[in-house]
Design a protein around this ligand. Sequence first.
Ligand SMILES: C[S@@+](CC[C@H](N)C(=O)[O-])C[C@H]1O[C@@H](n2cnc3c(N)ncnc32)[C@H](O)[C@@H]1O
Length: 195
Amino acid sequence: MLYGVGIGLTKEHLTLEAIKVIKKVDEVIVPGKMAYEIIKDIREPRIVEFLMGKSEEVVKNLAMEIASRLNEEIAFCCIGDPVFYSTFHHLVDELRNIKPDAEIRIIPGISSISTAMALTETFVSNSAIISTPDFSETEVAVILKVKNPKDVEKKLREKGFKKFFLLEKMFMEGEAFYEEMPENSSYFSVLVARR
Ligand SMILES: C[S@@+](CC[C@H](N)C(=O)[O-])C[C@H]1O[C@@H](n2cnc3c(N)ncnc32)[C@H](O)[C@@H]1O
């Protein structure tokens, strides 16, 4: 099993869940010195460097290694949160090419995005853009306060989105995850759409 563990930007961003996983797995891998510095007091990790021009090869080799060790628990630690612009994404793609049913779990972390917003007192109440400087087509939509998921799905389909997830009451009584959008949902729902 492969974990992608978000470790935030500094030691104080480490979550209880991240620490728990880092302590319990068979091996911890970090993609460089920054991540090493954040977790070194919890556990000595193995450093795998993704050097410019060589990173594709390194990702491929690591994916092959992990594919052959899926009976073990391996944690790959990412600066910030693994879902944002991370090497872990490439690693997951490569691993799934080799082993489509590989068990993978992502532990969210405090991202540079939420940290920068906190430090600048920037609030989001409507829409926000998260992008690299090429401002390419929006690949993900995250919609909060979804009460009519079917209606939202229809609007997003018109914009080219094709895959929908509704996460209702996460970690609460009545928790439910949907891939087929229901007509109605609780106020405590997040809809994630992909192209
Ligand atoms: C490869 S992405 C990793 C993003 C990371 N997964 C996250 O959730 O924040 C690297 C980019 O994250 C941002 N970043 C990461 N750490 C940062 C820090 N300590 N200060 C400012 N920006 C940072 C910068 O925009 C940087 O170019």
